[in-house]
Design a protein around this ligand. Structure first.
Ligand SMILES: C[C@@H](Oc1cc(-c2cccc(S(C)(=O)=O)c2)cnc1N)c1cc(F)ccc1N1NC=CN1
Length: 328
């Protein structure tokens, strides 16, 4: 890292780290300005900030800054750094851009592309029509475009044999709220923790996203790209319910029992039969029977291309909620 020595234990089987050709840029702290807090991450606060002297830019570049306070363990420091290593490997329009790291004796910063549209779950929730007769700022086509963006990001990870383990609307971000918005996968905290220490926790408590996991994952800890496919199916459900929590009212234990008994999420009112068929395929009990992301991107591209009506979403479309049911 450009002169500053850092020691960290890297899980031995992740050989591709050692041969990471691109260096991770260590950005001098003097070039970074923290402006305001965006929220809290798993480690420390996340800020909206400004980065000076960026390449061809005349003025400062708005960025998102993940901070890690200095009073933390060596393990936490190496986890934080490990996320930078993971992020620096990815180059794709639907994966968050990593700009660099900034280490000084007080703290560590991860500098990320600023996604001014915020996270996907909050975005679709905020776009819900409030009153009867009021229409949403979003159309079904907008929801299809957002979903297809995430599918493409997942296809890139799948083609790189990278298992994300926590694909969910909360971990996806939007470049802007406006009509030219692009959705990207924005957080790799679960993959980072599993790759380094084989488990995921926040302040010591295991945090397992059961509602986004297939049976082989929450029963046997088996994770493959087909795990991400199941989770993507749940993201489709989140987007087309405009931000519902999956399996409303069910605890994680009840969801595990329900899903093991072949119970599945219901068809969201905004979701066409064709799209729901795709969701159901993502939730096949047998991983091998789930589609690849290559096939998901193809199917969703076709659905999007054939989607003609542009009518915006009304509250009436959202409300009818057929009961959950059993498939397979
Ligand atoms: C680490 C953080 O990264 C970002 C958050 C926001 C961002 C997130 C929410 C709202 C806004 S905004 C529109 O208020 O500026 C910007 C914008 N750009 C980022 N690069 C993040 C990545 C995710 F994938 C999911 C959630 C968050 N966080 N972490 C703390 C809060 N969100």
């Amino acid at each position: 890292l450009n002169g500053s020595i850092c020691t960290m234990t890297i899980s031995p089987y992740y050989e591709w780290i050692q041969d990471s050709e691109e260096m991770i840029r260590n950005i001098p702290r003097s070039k970074i300005r923290l402006v305001s807090m965006i929220g809290k991450g798993a480690f420390g606060e996340v800020f909206y900030g400004l980065l000076a002297d960026v390449a061809h830019l005349r003025n400062e570049l708005p960025v998102a800054i993940k901070t890690l306070p200095s009073l933390c363990s060596e393990q936490t420091k190496s986890e934080f750094f490990f996320e930078a290593i993971i992020l620096s490997k990815f180059k794709h329009p639907n994966i968050i851009r990593f700009l660099g790291i900034s280490i000084d004796d007080r703290s560590m910063f991860l500098i990320l592309e600023l996604m001014e549209g915020g996270d996907l779950r909050t975005f679709v929730r905020d776009a819900r029509p409030r009153e009867k007769g009021e229409c949403s700022s979003l159309s079904i086509l907008d929801l299809l475009k957002l979903s297809l963006d995430i599918a493409k990001g997942c296809q890139y990870l799948e083609s790189n044999k990278f298992i994300h383990r926590d694909i969910a609307a909360r971990n996806c971000l939007l470049t802007e709220k406006g009509p030219h918005r692009v959705a990207k996968i924005g957080d790799f905290g679960m993959a980072r923790d599993i790759l380094r220490t084989n488990y995921y926790r926040k302040n010591g408590v295991a945090m397992i996203p059961v509602k986004w996991m297939p049976p082989e994952a929450f029963m046997d800890g088996v994770f493959t790209s087909k795990t991400d496919v199941w989770a993507f199916g749940v993201v489709l459900w989140e987007v087309f319910t405009m931000g519902f929590v999956p399996y409303p009212g069910k605890t994680n234990a009840e969801v595990m029992k329900y899903v093991l008994g072949h119970g599945r999420l219901n068809q969201p009112p905004l979701c066409s039969g064709e799209l729901f068929d795709l969701m159901k395929k993502c939730w096949k009990s047998k991983p091998k029977e789930r589609p690849s992301f290559v096939s998901i991107v193809e199917t969703m591209t076709k659905i999007k291309r054939e989607h003609k009506q542009e009518d915006p979403i009304m509250l009436e479309n959202l409300s009818k909620d057929p009961a959950p049911f059993v498939i397979d």
